[in-house]
Design a protein around this ligand. Structure first.
Ligand code: DLL
Length: 454
């Protein structure tokens, strides 16, 4: 069942709501923020020029760099006395992006996250173990607000503390979990060492996002934990988690909260708007936010949009699961690929685990790719035992098996992506783990030649 009426209204009514809110958003930034007023003046657009939704194309784009250039408060449209909370990106590649929330923004966030929780099937009968980080990262508090709004009991764990997470998951009988998919896979490893069978726990729902994850990863999580995994998308600049969500009934694309975030898809190079159904970069405009409304924000995330009524009854426009980012995209010897494609390959093969790292380097004028993949504990234990036994025949068999695995993985990578990569099998636990988003790429090439993109 949908949480709010707006999730199931007709197209005409939605477009009317969107137009009214878009007009207000443009008038607000023009009237309340000197930087946006300058940008709009430069683009030759006045708030009164927005007469239809198509007029959004007349507005200039906003990029992460634009926000960084105004660090920390230059793009705020509300005064400090109306701001009640800050969040920010981690800022690993420079100054963080700081986002302010007014009371109404917190209300909007709570509303979209309540929709998300309800769509995943979370109710007041659930105990939600919230593993997203609390603090400046938006995952923890966003999920917290939404879960409380639907009446669930929140266990505000934040990230890390794997053994404690598992202990409380067992003792409290958590029925839902909210986490990055990579961290949950890590918990499974730790749990296995503790002798925990996660399938016997009460978990039945999972809210996963904050990083790209494949359908194979979804299947692996569902099998290992015996739960239903729903995707959840968002970004700090917009609000945090809650831009779009999957319904547990269908899980085929994410419903966009388009009454608050107006979506477009553009060609990442020509910046032309693309029709529904075509893949490109997602661009979002906040229509309803007060602290820092953003016009046509370039997310760098790649997806496509779809209209239509979902069998769950929601009429909200859907976006496909994110296939990668324009700026994460690796271009190796002219071939474009996303590291997440490697994950799907690994998950199909026995004896290796989905902990991997793609290392890109340049030898002379050639790009070289190495994919480091962890073997499973079982594989390692058997090989170790054979060495101890000193059985030459068995050791030889293990080596042959490892070689075969490497060849198979190399072939899979070549078939899917078209590049010849070096595959190295490494012992379990040696690929660095992250408590938040997994870091999958180490690009050692000089900066200018990494992706060929600005
Ligand atoms: O990751 C907000 C969030 C928290 C979303 C918890 C979902 C759950 P940022 O740290 O600003 O915000 O990172 C935003 O993460 O532009 C995407 O590239 C990526 N991302 C977020 N959700 C997904 C997802 C949070 N479901 C960036 N699938 C976005 C793929 C995702 N990528």
């Amino acid at each position: 069942m949908a949480w709010s009426r707006e999730e199931t209204i007709g197209r005409d009514e939605m477009r009317q709501i969107q137009l009214g809110r878009l007009q207000k958003a443009v008038a607000d930034v023009y009237g309340k923020n000197a930087v946006y007023r300058k940008w709009l003046d430069e683009a030759g657009v006045k708030p009164g020029d927005i007469k239809s939704l198509d007029d959004i194309r007349r507005l200039p784009f906003t990029t992460k760099q634009h926000i960084r250039d105004q660090y920390p408060f230059g793009l705020f449209s509300a005064s400090m006395e109306d701001i009640v909370e800050f969040h920010a990106t981690s800022g690993t590649t420079g100054k963080p992006v700081v986002v302010p929330y007014t009371r109404n923004d917190i209300e909007l966030w709570t509303e979209v996250m309540a929709r998300t929780c309800a769509a995943a099937g979370i109710t007041k009968n659930d105990i939600v173990q919230n593993i997203y980080g609390y603090g400046l990262f938006t995952g923890g508090l966003g999920t917290h607000y939404g879960a409380i709004r639907v009446g669930a009991t929140v266990v505000p764990m934040s990230g890390g503390n794997s053994q404690r997470q598992i202990m409380l998951m067992q003792d409290f009988g958590s029925t839902a979990v909210a986490s990055t998919p990579s961290f949950l896979m890590h918990l499974h490893e730790v749990g296995e060492q503790m002798g925990v069978d996660f399938k016997k726990l009460k978990l039945k729902t999972g809210l996963f996002g904050a990083e790209p994850w494949s359908d194979s990863m979804r299947q692996a999580i569902q099998e290992k934990f015996g739960l239903k995994a729903c995707d959840l998308y968002g970004l700090t600049e917009m609000i945090g988690p809650g831009v779009s969500f999957e319904c547990h009934e269908v899980r085929d694309g994410l419903h966009i909260n388009e009454d608050f975030f107006y979506p477009e898809v553009i060609h990442p190079e020509s910046c032309e708007s693309l029709p529904y159904g075509e893949e490109g970069e997602l661009v979002l405009t906040t229509i309803g936010k007060e602290g820092m409304p953003l016009l046509r924000y370039r997310t760098r995330d790649i997806t496509r949009l779809r209209h239509g009524v979902c069998p769950c009854g929601r009429t909200l426009v859907k976006m496909e699961r994110i296939s990668g980012r324009t700026d994460d995209m690796l271009i190796i010897r002219g071939v474009n690929f996303f590291p997440s494609q490697i994950e799907a390959i690994i998950l199909k093969r026995q004896g290796v685990s989905p902990h991997y790292m793609v290392v890109v380097d340049r030898q002379g004028s050639m790009d070289e790719v190495e994919v480091r993949i962890e073997v499973t504990e079982e594989f390692m234990a058997k090989a170790g035992a054979d060495v101890l036994k000193g059985s030459e025949k068995e050791i030889l068999k293990d080596v042959q098996l490892a070689r075969q695995k490497i060849e198979n993985l190399k072939r899979d990578i070549k078939d899917l992506i078209g590049i010849t990569a070096k595959v190295t099998l490494v012992p379990p636990g040696t690929v660095p783990r992250s408590e938040g988003k997994a870091k999958r790429v180490e690009d050692r090439r000089p900066k200018g030649i990494r992706t060929g993109r600005p």
